[in-house]
Design a protein around this ligand. Structure first.
Ligand SMILES: Nc1nc2c(ncn2[C@@H]2O[C@H](COP(=O)(O)OP(=O)(O)OP(=O)(O)O)[C@@H](O)[C@H]2O)c(=O)[nH]1
Ligand SMILES: [Mg+2]
Length: 274
């Protein structure tokens, strides 16, 4: 049932690349242990540390105004235990591992009047590979709409932004099916974002709370219903899709170049040993 904890082929590929790097490092480490020249041995060990840091990761910044459920969502996706409450605000940046190749960045809510919170968010947004922009079931307001368009226009993230409408358990259905309500919300978002094409940014509609409740449900039927209502799988699918299109494979070129550069340095040092 919990599809989001499964590893995709993409992750397995990255696991293999990372495992290979670790394997090379441990074999080379064994080789240099016997080097009688202490300074050279230490220099090579430093290079190994650089190699170890060359893991292939994607950075996903989770942003949005306070109380939209950023920390709750990260807890739901990763099983972590970030502080969550309507009264307790996130005040710093926290990185949480999600699957093998992704780091989710939790951060303070934006536009609350605290300049330092907005600065943390802006920095994370600029350096991220993907921005998860969270809004509540009340959709955009006067502050969050310009904030979203700024990420696209000022930071050029039009192809790296996913709009997530959280707290969908609060949507008043008034006899409608949820899909109907989602179609209406999508239209409203489309109009607000014009001329930006909404499809480029998803959007996905979820309830992080329903998903967390599904994990603690008293029986399987209730768990299944809450899981379906949470629609968390639509978000997991959207993230998988993003990683497949623009993810770690695309990003491999940079770390591999770094790794090759470091290996070349190590090779030169080893040649001077012989
Ligand atoms: N009904 C409902 N409540 C939710 C949902 N997700 C989060 N909440 C509640 O919204 C409140 C705020 O959640 P947080 O995860 O702390 O929100 P945040 O965006 O991290 O807030 P800041 O750290 O202040 O920016 C908490 O009381 C959560 O339980 C949801 O899907 N549905
Ligand atoms: Mg928070």
């Amino acid at each position: 049932m919990v599809a989001n904890r499964k590893e995709s082929n993409q992750d397995l590929f990255v696991v293999k690349v990372n495992a290979k790097i670790q394997d090379i490092i441990s074999r080379l480490s064994d080789c240099i242990e016997g080097d009688p020249v202490v300074t050279r041995r230490e220099q090579i060990k430093t290079l190994f540390k650089q190699l170890q840091a060359s893991r292939v990761r994607l950075l996903i910044a989770v942003t949005g105004e306070t109380n939209v459920g950023k920390s709750t969502l990260i807890n739901a996706l990763t099983g972590s235990n970030l502080g969550v409450d309507a009264d307790v605000k996130t005040t710093k940046r926290t990185e949480v591992d999600y699957k093998e190749s992704i780091i989710l960045v939790d951060m303070p809510g934006t536009l609350s009047g605290k300049l330092e919170h907005d600065e943390i968010a802006t920095k994370a947004i600029i350096e991220s590979d993907l921005v998860l922009f969270l809004i509540s079931n009340e959709l955009f307001n006067k502050s969050s709409l310009p904030s979203f368009t700024q990420i696209i226009e000022k930071y050029g993230k039009q192809e790296q932004i996913l709009l997530v409408v959280n707290q969908c358990d609060r949507v008043s259905l008034r006899g409608r099916a949820i899909d109907e309500a989602i179609a209406v919300m999508t239209e409203s978002l489309r109009e607000k974002l014009l001329p930006f094409p909404i499809e480029t940014a998803g959007p996905v509609f979820i309830s992080a709370r329903d998903y967390l409740d599904s994990l603690n449900a008293s029986n399987n039927d209730e768990a299944q219903q809450l899981y379906e209502d949470s629609r968390i799988d639509t978000l997991v699918t959207a993230l998988d899709q993003f990683c497949k299109n623009k993810g770690p494979r695309g990003k491999l070129a940079r770390p591999i170049q770094q790794i090759l550069g470091t290996i070349e340095e190590i090779r030169k040092k080893l040649v001077t040993c012989s």
